[in-house]
Design a binder for this molecule. Sequence first.
Ligand code: AHR
Length: 489
Amino acid sequence: MNHIKLDPERQIGQINRDIFGGFAEHLGRHIYGGIYEPGSPLADENGFRTDVLEAVRRLKMPLIRYPGGNFVSGYRWRDGVGPKAERPARVELAWEDIESNHFGTDEFVAWCRALDTEPYLVVNAGDGDMREARDWVEYCNSRSDSALANMRRANGFDAPHNVKYWGIGNEVDGQWQIGHKTPDEYARTYKEFAKVMRWVDPSIKLIAAVSSGWRYQPVERTQLLFEQASDFLDYLSLHWYVGNPEDDYEKYMTLSEFFEASITAFEGLIAAMRQQLSMERPVHIAIDEWNVWYRARGNTREERNNLEERYNLEDALVVAMHFNAFIRHCRSVQMANIAQIVNVIAPIFTDEEGLFLQTIFHPFELYASNCGDIALDVFWTGDTFSGGDFTGVRTLDVSATIDAAGEKLSLFVVNRSQTETLETKISLADASFAGNVSVSVVNGPDIKAENSFEQPEQVTAARREARAQGSDYVHCFEPHSVTALIFDL
Ligand code: AHR
């Protein structure tokens, strides 16, 4: 039998809810036709799709990154503010499109406020300059009588937008980026941008773009950022996209090992640099683009369905495994942003008449709704499997949290077996289960099951109540499922 041991006193640390962040880029049908569709019967007076707002609210995202992504490296924020009729349409090089600029900073912040989420803006460190970046901070956050603050007021926003999170550049390590930068060029750029942005608003939190997936000198990039700009580093960002291009389920399921190895390596790098510089202040990890993405890669001027990935159940398991890793590494991973939110590699998929929820929506909602305040250090043992280069990987992938009051314990379990129901003893140390257990399971008929407009609930979440007393409880985890057990203690 599998065995999971929970001890409410073995705590890893506080969980930052920003691990449930999102990312919205001007790309394909994400903004136009996704978030924003003025004239649609589904839109409100701001042009925001109300069905989309309602679905995004269910994900309880505490912050959303915007406007890119590759898009931001050619973006001029001034094009996207002021009267819409006067906003210029621009040729957009990252995704080969024409950007109308009808949705910009003010619309994005208003959309975030409608969701009760914090805006996280990324400045253009591709073909943009530090003056433009600093002006954007001033436009958004200044209370002074300056021209830029008055411009915001004239655009209808008397109170500052108070944007707290600011990224400097996107994936500057990649040759595909407008304004790709060597490690040294970026460290210099980062410091100079950060300096003036902070002079405008000392309270902002800054995110440095380190690695788009471990390929292009992440070690050197991290080292130079610390050596040249340590005073301005709040978060270092890492991106990754994963997939199952070989259609090898077992190998796909061992991605948990990649998440562990990537985060652990980055933690080590940051720890080493802080040690070398005798730095007491923490520098956090922001995995500010992550998701499954390997099918819908195309983008052409003619084809508007850019990156409209359709997800299946195995992808939902991989999304759940991400959250397990983020929870287990809660001390370092203080922000994570699923890329993206609507239509473009996204949990929500729209057409003109409505939307459906993709498979990956359900684990996201499950974790965001049930995650407690503190991560627990869980011991678990039992069945194993082999895949790719790995042997002896535990079939269950597990994380657990407890609320601050110590009254609710949430256990998250991904059963990666395609065929086996795994009977599992769950033991609690020095505490007792107090009766109620809420059991929520994300599952579907088979690992390739997808949702669609025609069949929107092939993969979904089911909830029921159970009872647990004493210090042991036995649960049978369904094959290819994600389960959240919420125990009253
Ligand atoms: O999310 C899609 C793209 O993936 C982003 O624009 C870019 O940052 C990454 O390569």
